[in-house]
Design a protein around this ligand. Sequence first.
Ligand code: NAD
Length: 410
Amino acid sequence: MKFAFCNAAVDLYANAVAVSSNETLDSGAINLGAQIYEDDFLRNRFHKVSDVSRWGNFDNFGADLSMSDNIVFSENPAAELQKFLDGKSYSKIAVLSDDNTIRYCYPVIQKGLPVHDVFQVASGEEHKNLDTCEVIWQKMTASEMDRHALLIIIGGGVLGDMGGFCAATYKRGIDFVLIPTTLLSQVDASIGGKLGIDFQHFKNHIGVFQTPVLTILHAGFLNTLPEAERRSGFAEVIKHALIADAPVWHEIKKHSLADQNWEMLLRHSVKVKLNVVRTDPYEKGLRKTLNAGHTIGHAVETYLLQESRKILHGEAIAVGLICEAFLAKENGMITPDDFEAIREYLLTVFGTVQLKSGEEDAIAKLTMQDKKNRGNKIMCVLLDGIGKARWDCEIRPDDVKRALAFYRSV
Ligand code: NAD
């Protein structure tokens, strides 16, 4: 079986993802400034650049962080905050934390702050909603924060998304600093400016795009993170390597979860995501590659949640990455050896999610509702070799079922 259509392929390893402003990203013609060739199988024109092998020297990779979106990596986040606040005249400063980050992370930044208020809300996705926003807006109002105030958000993706949303809408928007404290929020949620909350069981249904005035990334916060949360974020780190950087994938798979070089991987993952979101901020094309593993992964996550068998996001994405790699292998887009390496490593790190016989149908149905779909066509991201990905690959419910049946058999 060959896929009916894949819209575009891209090697994200290209240092300059040079899409000029008058090129439409969803046209399938992305100019990476390199060799152009015809792909008969996919009947689609795309451009390829050669892979460059390296590991350990992330400075050469992709986006230049020094000129990027006020993102800093720091071993001393308190000093970084102090430096940022020097010479600024915010009328009021408040810190937003949750019941875990107040205890584990706030003390690390506290000494870098002048007089400030501290707001605390309950942790957990179930609180990422309008009710909690109301609490936050009430606290901001009671603190008499005006339009020249600053909100510093210290927490995982839930707090970053929700606190950023509250700041971006309070009095039509005030400055906010993001200090992401989970692996997932450091490599994913804090990059790209998407803010928002869940609404009536729809995830991230209400939101805005807004960039923080500063984002501080501190690997030290990962030390207190529960292992399950670290593993969950690791799925996105692996995804970034698989879609963008073969050498990094080959290095990652030499090590267990406990034995990764987080400092390096943080930088690498952030650069991959930055490269993509800078090129395609509004997800017209390239940004869709970040959804690798998510078409089937989200469907599995949603299905198991409905069945009261909730799993962590990263565990679901690991299932999705295996299943979608299976489809890529079936179509000759990755080699059987590469597929086997992906399957084996992800199962070793994440274990096997238990799916019962017959559940493939319901999960396949859920992929029909994926927000990347066009009409009733399921549009998936598939690896095109390791380190490259194609978006808008049309797959069918039967493909999803076959991939899930394979997963159940491993
Ligand atoms: P989370 O924010 O719920 O954090 C997980 C748990 O870890 C929480 O209990 C939190 O209190 C705790 N915690 C946080 N930092 C800690 C630390 N350093 N030590 C100990 N405990 C700590 O979960 P998450 O995985 O970070 O984020 C998930 C959210 O991110 C979802 O709502 C998802 O929609 C969102 N997200 C957003 C984007 C985006 O582009 N905006 C991208 C991906 C995910």
